[in-house]
Design a protein around this ligand. Structure first.
Ligand code: GLC
Length: 580
């Protein structure tokens, strides 16, 4: 792109390349996970090769070269294990088997072979907090007597009240309703309750029982032996519960509420959980190739989350506070600074993420023209619809800004195509358990899980050979297929490729961070990493950029066409200061 020309002088938004003291120093360590880009594949929505409308492992193997071509280091696969699919596979009935809807173990081995050829690591999603009520261990627990070794794998308790008619405590399920379900004992009488922090089909394991730890070490080794590059660890903050399971009047999801800080929640962040990860880290280190553990530890504040990535625990943890910060420069600067300091303090990389299978995609969130009607939950046909144009512009800008940050980054399948949610899903399509458990009060997460558009070869946009697609795709996706975007030099897909190429070429993942002095407002943010200036314009007026070579802008309309020196609203840019 072009060298900047003469700069207009008098405008209120002129910025200069002057920096504050470094917030983060560059890293000299070469370990891949300190600077990685990891791409999340949601198997049921990636690519279907059996014409049943559900994606599968052979589909991933067949198309993995597209992902490798983006320039990512690893792929994290959401669960593909044997499962009744009550929570889209996060309800595992056999941790050592592939669910037939996704294929079989040979298909997994073939995927590893292809991934090795493409030099992309495959991370497996491990779900250790709970399994499915169809898991053999839980079935055994149900037919075994109270107090038996089989029941000790789970958290069974007697009910309160005279006849045990009240649950053992007041804990709530993340998906709505009580976190306890009462069973019928083998003799037909009403019996004990079991704990499930999620759906009633997802009984929590009892991590106080050493046999649970032994079982999971064996599961870990099973996938490591097969060539997994490591694990994304589901609900990594919840495994161990406080002794006595005391009542809790705070929020079920652990978010702080008045008088109930996350730190006091009896079902999250108990110190003994760290012993679990120390053991797993030691297991990973027995294997070659720097196998990794990444925590889904929804822990507040970010300083506490850093405990999950101390040197002998996990390697990475998802930065949800960053994801949830939204379109506000001041707030973004604050959380980025805090994150870098918190993770630097334990010698771990900070990670960044904008989308995943549990939240509305960032192209949808950032295009919102009204506040989220249900506290961050997905949108439906009766809600005010997002502005797709604004959402895409901001999503590309947010991504370029994120990829300029030092540390690791996570991408969610389809964001490289600029996809938003399907916000027009009718109730009959909704499968997320939170929809049924709240009688439709919460719409759930189906909107961000819609099958990908590949090309125009079928009615499901090439997702399947047939028209089948387990969730319908939005109409506007017809022009957003991977095939169409490959051919368009200005497409979001080619923009992602270029951003990832430059990020790697300039080693931004291992770089430093110095905030630009003039930017400490809600509408403008800028920093320098490895002599590249990253500027994000969140406001409504153009910004005058300092001199330097424009390496990449978030869209063709990001920069003023005449001068290249003005950054337009809802845009971001990378400028090389090397020769400036
Ligand atoms: C994690 C997963 C989510 C799942 C939940 C229960 O948060 O990301 O999809 O529903 O755990 O396993």
């Amino acid at each position: 792109m072009s060298q900047t020309e003469e700069l207009p002088t008098a405008t209120p938004h002129e910025i200069h390349a002057r920096f504050q003291d470094p917030t983060h120093e560059s890293s000299t360590s070469a370990e891949w996970w300190r600077r990685s880009v990891i791409y999340q594949i949601y198997p049921r929505s990636f690519r279907d090769t059996t014409s049943n409308g559900i994606g599968d492992l052979p589909g991933i193997t067949a198309e993995l070269h597209h992902v490798a071509d983006l320039g990512v280091d690893a792929v994290w696969l959401s669960p593909f294990f044997a499962s009744p699919q009550k929570d889209a596979g996060y309800d595992v009935s056999d941790y050592r088997a592939v669910d037939p809807i996704f294929g079989n173990l040979q298909d997994f081995d073939d995927l590893i072979t292809e991934a090795n050829r493409l030099e992309v690591k495959i991370l497996v999603d491990l779900v250790p907090n709970h399994c499915s009520d169809e898991h053999a261990l839980f079935r055994q627990a149900l037919v075994s007597p109270k107090g038996s070794a089989a029941r000790e794998f789970f958290i069974f308790r007697d009910g309160r009240g005279e006849d045990g008619q009240l649950p053992p405590n007041n804990w709530l399920s993340h998906f709505g309703g009580s976190a306890w379900t009462r069973i019928t004992e083998p003799d037909g009488t009403k019996g004990q309750y079991y704990l499930h922090l999620f759906d009633s089909s997802q009984p929590d394991f009892n991590w106080d029982n050493p046999a649970v730890g032994d079982e999971f070490e064996s599961v870990l080794r099973f996938w490591l032996d097969r060539g997994a590059g490591g694990f994304r660890v589901d609900v990594a903050h919840a495994l161990v519960k406080a002794p006595g399971l005391p009542d809790w009047n705070g929020r079920a999801d652990g978010a702080d509420s008045p008088g109930y800080p996350f730190a006091d929640a009896p079902m999250f962040g108990q110190s003994a959980v760290h012993d679990v990860y120390r053991r797993w880290r030691a297991v990973c280190e027995e294997y070659d190739g720097e196998r990794v553990l990444c925590a889904e530890a929804n822990v507040h504040p970010i300083e506490a989350m850093a405990d999950w990535v101390r040197p002998d625990e996990m390697h990475q943890s998802f930065n949800f506070p960053f994801l949830h910060t939204g379109w506000d420069g001041k707030a973004l600067k604050a959380i980025i600074t805090r994150s870098l300091k918190a993770f630097d303090a334990v010698g771990a990389p900070t990670t960044w993420v904008l989308s995943n299978h549990d939240v509305p995609r960032h192209a949808t969130r950032l295009g919102a023209v009204a506040p989220s009607p249900r506290d961050g939950d997905g949108l439906g046909p009766d809600d005010i619809q997002p502005d797709l144009h604004l959402g895409l512009a901001r999503a590309r800008a947010a991504t370029l800004f994120m990829l300029g940050l030092p540390g690791g980054a996570y991408l969610y399948q389809g964001e490289e195509l600029g996809l938003g949610d399907n916000t027009m899903l009718d109730p009959e399509y909704r499968q997320d358990p939170s929809f049924a458990r709240t009688n439709g009060e919460r719409l759930g997460r189906d909107g961000c899980r819609v099958p990908l558009p590949w090309d125009s070869s079928s009615a499901s946009l090439g997702f399947s050979d047939s028209e089948a697609s387990w969730l319908p795709q939005p109409q506007e996706w017809a022009s957003l297929t991977r095939e169409a975007q490959t051919a368009d030099p200005h497409s979001t897909l080619n923009f992602y490729k270029e951003a990832l190429r430059l990020r790697s070429a300039h080693q931004l993942g291992l770089g430093d961070l110095n905030w630009l002095e003039d930017t400490n407002t809600s509408s403008l943010l800028g920093f320098e990493n490895s002599e590249i200036l990253v500027v994000l314009n969140l406001g409504t007026e153009p910004v005058v950029l300092p001199a330097g070579e424009v390496l990449l802008a978030s869209s063709s309309s990001a920069l003023d066409a005449a001068t290249s020196a003005l950054l337009n609203p809802n845009s971001a840019v990378w400028i090389s200061l090397h020769h400036a």
